[in-house]
Every structure is written in C-alpha cells, then in structure tokens.
Write a protein that binds this ligand. Sequence first.
Ligand code: 2PG
Ligand code: MG
Length: 434
Amino acid sequence: MTSTARIASVRARQILDSRGRPTVEADVTLDNGSFGRACAPSGASRGIYEACELRDGDPAHYDGLGVKKAVANVNEKLASAIRGQSVLDQEAIDTIMRDTDGTASLERIGANAVLAVSMAVACAAAEHERVPLYRHLANLASTVPSMPMPMTNILSGGAHAGRGMDLQDFLMIPVGAKSYSEALEMISHVRLSSTRLMKDRGLTTLLADEGGLSPGFGRAEEAMELMVQSFESAGLRPGDDAAIALDVAASELFEDRSYRLAGEGKTFSGAEMADFIFDLARRYPVVSIEDPLDQDDWDNWRRFASVLPNCQIVGDDLFVTNVERIRMGIEKEAANAALIKLNQNGTVSGTIDATATAKAAGFAAVVSARSGETEDTFIADLSVALGAGQIKIGSVRSSERLAKYNRLLRIEEDGVLPFAGVSGIYGHSVAEAV
Ligand code: 2PG
Ligand code: MG
C-alpha cells in the first residue's frame, strides 16, 4: 500500500500549442513534494457535443483565442476546491471539479481548465507512487496494459489542410507489424516514400496541422492510389503489411442537410455519401473508417455499419468520448469503435469510463491526439494503460507528435508489455471476441 499524499497547490498558465494557439497548462504539487504537469490539447474539426473549450473571446489578444479565463478558473476556483484531497482519488477530484463547474459540458470553468488539472493530478499520483504513468492509470481503470497499434496520417485534407481535399485524413495501419517499434519503422518508411513519390510527380508536399502531407488532390481516389503506391514503394504489401484507415470528418462537410464535397464537385445525400465511402472501401485495402457521416445522421450511420460489418467504423464527433452518446451508438448499432479524446470528455476518470463503456460492448477503442497538441505525452501512457489496442497521434513529423511516439518506444523498452497488433482493430479479433 502506498501512503496517501494530498494536493498542496495547483497552478495554471497559458502556453502555446503546435498551431501557435493558446492552451492551458496545469501544475499540481503534493504535500510531500511530488509534482505533476499536463497540458490540454485542442481540436480543429470539433464535434458540436464535445465538452466546452473556454476561450477569452478578446480580439486584442490571440485573435480571441486566449485562455486566460480558463487559467484564472484553475487558479481561483479549482485550486481551492481540490486542495487537501488525496491525489490517489482521481474520481473524487474529478467529481469535485465537475460540481464546481455545475454544467454537463463544463462551460463555466472550461473543459480545457478541468482537463489540464485532471491530467496533472494523475501525473502527480504516479510520481508519488513511483510508478510509470501508464501503471498508475491502469490501476485506476482496472485494465490490462498493452502496446497499441498506431494509426498514422500520411495524407491530409479537410480542416487540417486548408480544405485541400474533402476527406480529412488518409492514415496507415501497419497491420503486418510484430511489435510497436517495427510498426513505427514501417510508418516512417511509408511517410518518406510518399514524400518521394509526390516530389517525383511534381506535387506540392505541404504539411497539414498533424504533419500529414497535403498534395492538393481534388479527388479522394487520387489520394487512395498514392497511399497504395507509397506502401508498395516502401516494400510493403497493401492489405497484408499495411492497410488504410480514413477519417472522413464528415460533420465538417455537412451543410443544409447535404454533404458538400468541393474537390469531387459533388453534393450528396446521406445515402449517397455512404455509397461514396463504400466504394472507396471496396476498391482499396481499408480496415477502418472514422466519421463517414455527420454527428446527427444516426440512421445513415446504422445503415453504414450494417453494410460493412467487418470494417472498423469509428465514432469521433458522433460519440465525443461521452458515455451517454456511446451508449446510444451501442443501442442503435451505429458503429463498432469509439475514438477516445480526453478533452472531448473533460476529465481523466470520465475518459476511462467512456472507454470502458465502449469496450464492454465489444467496441474497439482508438486513443487519439488532437490537431492542436503540445509536448505533453499523457495519451501515450493512456493508450497503453487502457489496453486500448490502437492510438492515433498524427504523422511522424514534428515534436508534439514524436514526443508521444517516442514515449511509446521508451515504454516498449521496459520489455514487459505485449503488442496489441491487429487484435484491437474491430473486424480482426475484437469481432470474434464479441
Ligand atoms: C480528428 C482529430 C484528430 P481535431 O478529427 O480525429 O485528427 O482532429 O483534433 O482537429 O478534431
Ligand atoms: Mg476524427
């Protein structure tokens, strides 16, 4: 048994994320001197049901994107509310913070304020217990840790790339990898191959927010072809060694009850949008599709999931890491996997609950970064701790992403954790386990 340690002080500040925008960083110090620090991430293609990210709205500073109010809420409200609490009781601390806010979507204090503190509390507890963060989180969640399979952006469009392509992300899953480090090497190889192929063809190799390449293609098919060619030129067999995952981020395309795909020159109904994605999934080695439809288009989600029963169908904007919405998805059989983002939920314990809800129903879980990230590596430990099976960090480019990939290399080096491989991807062994 470890002795308890109590929260002595909490302090927040405004720092900048990978897009140069303000975000909240929080420090938690315990009465025995143990310390935890964490930073809230921030999304660009946000779901309307996400917990609230509090921004100052003062045009004189950072175009209204400052987070000084959220910082003040930590320093003036949350700090006194949780001072003296046992750091080991994450759930009680998260509940106090939710009660201090008093709204379901944390709109008074701000989910960015609450989450940064919630994560820093977990970090301080791990330091106090002298265990790696993933061990502490696995103890909190009563889960069995494993090394996740990465799902990595190679080509990007949508809100992350100035709407260069309609679909937001064309990702690679190195399904043939036998270890996390092998998976990472395969990804790096494909990333380099695609850059080379694009340069050879005289295409632009602009970088999107998460480090994916933005070739400026109009049509999704051109991006799919380039994905397959990049696998082959890296010496990988499409489908056997490397497969494709899509994040359509369709809520961003939904306007006036239609899906508007400027690059394709098409406007689709929900059924036509689904058919468009089915067609891509049939012609290319696609194993995972995220947000193929709008966050409120439940009927078409249901139909979509029933037509592609062996493909992983991931709800991001649809579920927003929210237990109630994940339950609705389970009931309606609208998907078979949940994207897990801490800041959509607002607390560490709420995120653990959302993941447990999904997993208990046989859904797969993908722990995910946001387009706005920092050097914080919390999600690497979280994905391991929850035995989520999959992680989505962004491309292997720029240090806010590499910090997390590299943290996973260090965890792997401990040599004690199994690699999830394809077992965490729905339609592989998750489906059989249901
Ligand atoms: C997503 C995320 C991460 P954002 O849609 O899955 O890629 O994007 O953080 O901009 O919501
Ligand atoms: Mg998404």
